[in-house]
Design a protein around this ligand. Sequence first.
Ligand SMILES: Cc1cc2nc3c(=O)[nH]c(=O)nc-3n(C[C@H](O)[C@H](O)[C@H](O)COP(=O)(O)OP(=O)(O)OC[C@H]3O[C@@H](n4cnc5c(N)ncnc54)[C@H](O)[C@@H]3O)c2cc1C
Length: 411
Amino acid sequence: MMQKKVVVVGAGAAGMMAAGTAAEFGASVTLLEKNPRVGRKIMITGKGRCNLCNNCDIPTFISNVPTNGRFLYSAIHHFSPGDTMVFFESLGLPLKTERGNRVFPASEKAVDVVDTLRDYVTNSGVRIVNDTARALLTENGEAVGVKGERETYCADSVIICCGGKSYPLTGSTGDGYTLAKQAGHTVTELKPSLVPLESSDPECKSMQGLSLRNVALNIIDNHSKKEIYSDFGEMLFTHFGISGPMVLSASSHIREMPDGRYTAVIDLKPALSAEQLDKRLQNDFRENANRDVSNAFSKLLPRKIIVPVLKRWGVPFDKKCNVITREERHALCGILKGFTIPLSGFRPIEEAIVTSGGVRTAELNPKTMESKLVHGLYFAGEVIDCDAYTGGFNLQIAWSTGRLAGECAAY
Ligand SMILES: Cc1cc2nc3c(=O)[nH]c(=O)nc-3n(C[C@H](O)[C@H](O)[C@H](O)COP(=O)(O)OP(=O)(O)OC[C@H]3O[C@@H](n4cnc5c(N)ncnc54)[C@H](O)[C@@H]3O)c2cc1C
């Protein structure tokens, strides 16, 4: 059989997996990357520690992919989270599994993941070229190459792995969507996912930088009055609204965000029942009996949130603690157990962890990742209309689709 020529566009997670795999399966592979260095986005994943996959079974994986999870059945069966772990460990990268089955390199360094992948790619014989793909070349409905800024690259198969539109400084500027459209593909609406949330509440700005640990967060749909997200953990206030791990996760449970539709409700004291909290307040007020109520919270609450709590409470700041009524105390308990932040929108896609939307899955063969419109054209990774929750699932999409596309493109 003649050796296939494969061009892979984008040396991110999916691209390096696809290129190395295609070379392993006998193809002559050129990997185009617009940055001088490969894997720039991987470097910032998991706060520099790279949560590279989730050590879970396939149904759990699929349930963590809210957009087109079922499209990934073949890819994930072909290259599962377990296969991902074996893959990296057999390349000499020890891994460890943390809370929630999140898998990290034992060194806790994302750069080790990048180095492992780069070595895998080069040792498999892939030629890495620093060039930016500008156009897809097709003839009679077949992919025949890629026109780069510097050179033109002929190919029997092309795999597009340009990522999404988030964190564009890493190189993921949405070029994959342009290339896909050139081939006649539909690109579904692009939206931010796993993204901080904006609030019109000016008090968020005054609490900017305040990080809350061990709080409970609920997101309430004001129309249906239903709770659409609930978690316990860490979040923070920013000049525009709220962010942090729980908030990013919450964002991927919200499709549209018309102003006023959703409210974030924070339980500032989830470890205490309402009765326990009331007792605690009685004690604090007793200890501060002759002081202004505004001075009674230094042990209970972080400094930056005291004024916003007092404002929501509505009791004069200089009211003495010993004249606070039972009703007033109960109202305060309600505020501490349900501190509300009205939500007004998502932060822009550039600040999102992943881009939701992309190349329409119905136009791709799920068993190969090949385009149904252009023979020899493949897609892998975030450029496809699939996105997942946090926990290593997004990188798993890149590994599984990259592996499948690489293998199929090499045949
Ligand atoms: C801050 C942050 C933290 C994250 N943490 C995690 C995590 O811990 N776990 C997890 O599972 N996911 C995480 N993600 C998501 C994950 O990084 C992405 O889903 C994943 O990197 C997508 O892989 P990809 O290969 O499709 O795209 P990318 O990794 O974005 O790679 C695309 C590559 O293509 C190149 N490229 C683009 N256009 C061209 C062109 N025209 N010519 C040549 N090259 C081009 C880019 O420069 C880039 O190198 C995180 C994302 C961010 C932003």
